[in-house]
Design a protein around this ligand. Sequence first.
Ligand code: FES
Ligand code: FES
Length: 161
Amino acid sequence: MTTVTMTINGKTVSGDIEGNTLLSSFLREDLQLTGTHIGCDTSQCGACVVHVDGKPVKSCTMFAAEAEGADVATIEGQANSDGSLNVVQQAFQDHHGLQCGFCTPGMVMTTVALLKENPKPTEAEVREHLEGNICRCTGYHNIVKAILAASGQDVSAIAAE
Ligand code: FES
Ligand code: FES
């Protein structure tokens, strides 16, 4: 067993874990932060994306011990301080960017990271950025629309699907 300490959504957290514990397992099983989803365990689906030191990371590809001392953000920390949805979450709701919602935490975390880097992405850039996030339900159309809307771009000419 090894002890890890990191900041998660602004709070310092420690845990005693096996050295091979994945960050995704630490979040979900040790801390009950189950908003980070596990869709594949083979680094393909992106449902487990969190931010580590500001960068989007598939948390199933990283050992928790590797996040020692890191600043981790999960979907649970994404709402505004008054509890309202952040701009990305609100856009997903407004533009029907989710159906079953399984991929949504990863999509939101990926999008927040994208908009930090590229505040006004083109549709092509959004689609390229979503390459590592799989959605089985939506066909991506409304997700892309939601992301463009979250970036403040006019999506009124894009048909709903
Ligand atoms: Fe991590 Fe699918 S669970 S990429
Ligand atoms: Fe169901 Fe994306 S909304 S997997």
